[in-house]
Design a protein around this ligand. Sequence first.
Ligand code: IYR
Length: 225
Amino acid sequence: MQKHANVPLSDFVEYSQQEMLTRAEDFLAHCKRRHSIRSFSDRAVPKEIIEACIKAAASAPSGANHQPWYFVAINSADKKKQIREAAEQLENSFYEGRAGDEWLDALKPLGTDAQKPYLEHAPWLIAVFSQKRGGIHSEDKNTNYYIQESVGIATGFLIQALHTAGLATLTHTPKPMSFLTELCGRDKDNERPFMLIVAGYPGEDATVPEHALVKKPLEDIATFI
Ligand code: IYR
């Protein structure tokens, strides 16, 4: 069997256990300051910041390191308008009944509705796509593995990168999201829209629903055995 090359792990940083705990707790406090918001300012955010955040997202682990993701960062006022119009049209039918009563009841505490002005106000919308086929080289057309898991992790990294950079975000999933494929000019046979991330400065009137602040206690979400 062919032996594949390895390089020494050279960038692992070891901290004292006290320092590790402090770092973990600091990170927890940082995570707790991330809130999904639905009112964005139209203040501009430089493209370089978004580029660095996408690079951070793309450092995520993925099945066979195939990196089965593609990011379309949308800043064009015209594109954002088209996305808002398409999303609102879908959301109208969603809120008018397509969602079903149980789903609509679950959303009530968030106070969401079919109006999505932030899709135009926010400086950046980042459409995340997953790829069925690919490989470690962009031109590869091999089978991808653990696609949802990989793109989910990368999207988590993206949200955290944006938050760490100092931007507010919203994870938005208009249903169905297929309109994004065409509006973003992506290949419908190989790619599926995974999520739309809204990023920018919060609007002056941005709020956080109390419902979103309720987090399960550790004893309800983890056991140590
Ligand atoms: N996509 C809709 C509905 C929605 C669904 C879930 I699940 C949420 O957590 C929030 C909203 C909307 O954006 O309004």
